[in-house]
Design a protein. Structure first.
Length: 566
């Protein structure tokens, strides 16, 4: 019986905690908090909510994931992967629908952890992960074109293709000042790490996105003040900014609402689980540590149960912020707690200043985020893989951008499972052995017998090589049709069968029943103990007879001779 697997890393790290470690965590936490600020604002706005909801999510989720998480260095908060899902839910169900879906996703994540599904989720096929991640990146970029170029559009279509058609139709409405702010932000973020700082090395620690926001906000204010440029839209033009912490509110739950939101909630939960465990695994590779995946899932669930109550949006582990934490010396969950505290202080005392940030600048930040997410190198490399992987990759990618992530993940997983079943079925070989058996190639021949074993007249020998399940049973019919005269005995060698499922048992049963109608005895050879136990449990030994289940081929041939000579 599986035990309760919830072991937060915070408790373990505090046992030997010291001042030196705290100073490293303090520095890392402050830097990560600063890095998270522009991303939280941008992700919030892109998701269709106000900027403060993005920061509240980063504060609440960041704190809970660090306190209860199974990774020492994981940083949680809103991420780009959720933007499209959140936006779609809000458009269809409103903010209350998003709150309920997030709560349900949190419950699912906790359940995943309690059911020890942390390790299973890691085995989601890589082409699916690359496909929907690249699709999300393209979709995020698409949603930012309007603000990046300052296009005048009353309504932006939700459909991907219609959105691009509308963009081309409105291309003549570009506001060149906004476009300069947006493209300039992209260029500044990209070039910031390359700018020589000389002795001012501390500036290197500041993220390019924050520098872009500060510089472009100042530029926009100067243009408005001294050049009379009023066409650059800012956050304050679209949202009313508040730095007041919201009261906890639990939405009214109805069975109809819950049923309608199961699909989006499962998508949020699965995507959150994948992204958080992927982030934790990447962090393990850098730090040499090992996270507890089930504990991490429970922490992610608790975070997503708490954030919507305070008006937040879905959250998960963020790879970029986690790596920033590691690269700046963070080694315990205290760094994540400090990151949340830094964001809280900024929210309380500096949030009103966010109203002056140009929307084009935030669009530039998200364009850079989408480029980082797209993983075009991985996408290109996968195109050289087997056709089945390419099919899953392209299917998931296209479904993500044309329809939505829920459909993409569902269809991608189904396609991957079907292709996996096909591959597994192809690995199982059923062959006929003619004339004699070579002892040098067969491990189940009795020790000391080095002579070739001749197959007696009236006996057919078949061998199953690999797992015996769906897809393999019908191959017996094709092989048996190749023999001329009807035999008296059919020997089935199963020495290379590691396991058999219900389909395999069904096929073997049908083979035995069909053979009995033709007065043909079936003898099994080399059945391993696990497979034999499964067959006995299914009552197969009674059908074929205990005396016809042999440990090795020598006994099986002797038994066949007895039947033939009887």
């Amino acid at each position: 019986m599986k035990t309760f697997d919830f072991k937060p890393q915070l408790a373990a790290t505090l046992r030997n905690y010291n001042r030196q470690t705290f100073m490293k965590d303090l520095m890392a936490g402050v830097i990560v908090g600063i890095v998270a600020l522009p991303l939280a604002i941008a992700f919030g706005i892109a998701s269709g909510v106000s900027p403060e909801k993005g920061i509240i999510t980063a504060i609440v989720a960041g704190l809970i994931i660090s306190v209860f998480g199974g990774s020492k260095v994981q940083i949680g908060g809103p991420t780009g992967a959720f933007i499209i899902i959140i936006y779609g839910i809000i458009q269809q169900y409103g903010m209350e629908g998003l709150t309920i879906a997030t709560l349900m996703a949190g419950a699912f994540l906790v359940l995943f952890g309690l059911l020890h599904l942390g390790t299973i989720i890691k085995y989601i096929p890589y082409p699916i992960i690359v496909g929907f991640t690249s699709g999300i990146a393209v979709t995020i970029f698409t949603t930012q074109v309007k603000d990046l170029l300052g296009l005048t559009m009353e309504h932006v279509p939700a459909d991907f293709i219609e959105k691009w058609i509308a963009y081309f139709q409105k291309i003549g409405t570009i506001d060149w000042w906004s476009a300069a702010i947006g493209i300039g932000s992209v260029a500044l973020i990209a070039l910031w790490p390359l700018i020589p700082m000389g002795r001012i090395r501390t500036l290197k620690a500041l993220p390019g996105s924050l520098i872009a926001i500060i510089v472009m906000t100042v530029v926009a204010m100067l243009l408005k003040q001294y050049a009379g440029v009023t066409t650059i839209e800012t956050i304050g033009d679209r949202f009313s900014i508040s730095n007041v912490l919201p009261d906890a509110q639990v939405p009214q739950l109805t069975w109809e609402t819950i049923k309608s939101l199961v699909g989006p909630a499962v998508t949020i939960a699965v995507l959150g689980a994948i992204e958080s465990l992927l982030s934790a695994t990447v962090a393990d590779g850098v730090t040499g540590d090992h996270h507890n995946s089930n504990t991490e899932l429970i922490a992610q669930g608790l975070a997503n149960l708490a954030t919507p109550i305070f008006g937040g949006i879905p959250a998960t582990g963020a790879i970029a912020r986690t790596m920033t934490n590691i690269n700046n010396g963070g080694r315990t969950p205290i760094a994540g707690i400090i990151h949340a505290a830094v964001l809280l202080l900024i929210f309380l005392f500096l949030m009103p200043l966010a109203q002056y940030i140009p929307m084009a600048c935030l669009a530039g930040v998200l364009v850079v985020v989408s480029y980082g997410m797209c993983g075009w190198r991985s996408f290109k490399a996968l195109l050289r893989n087997p056709k089945s992987d390419v099919t899953v990759l392209l299917m998931t990618f296209l479904l993500t951008i044309i329809f939505d992530l829920t459909i993409a993940i569902e269809v991608g997983l189904i396609a991957a499972c079907l292709l996996f079943m096909r591959r597994m079925a192809e690995t199982t070989e059923v062959k006929a052995i003619l004339d004699e058996i070579d002892p040098n190639e067969d491990a189940d021949i009795q020790a000391g017998n080095l002579e070739h074993l001749t197959i007696p007249e009236g006996v057919e020998v078949y061998e199953i090589n690999g797992p015996y399940f769906f897809g393999a049973g019908n191959r017996f019919e094709d092989l048996m049709a190749g023999f001329g005269d009807r035999p008296k005995v059919r020997i089935i060698r199963m020495r290379k069968v590691p396991f058999v499922d219900s389909t395999g048992i069904h096929n073997l049963t049908n083979l035995c029943l069909m053979s009995k109608k033709e007065n043909i005895e079936v003898v099994l050879s080399g059945v391993n103990p696990k497979v034999e136990a499964v067959l006995k449990k299914a009552g197969f030994n009674q059908l074929v007879g205990e005396e016809n289940i042999c440990n090795h081929i020598n006994l099986a041939l002797e038994r066949a001779k007895e039947i033939v000579n009887a």
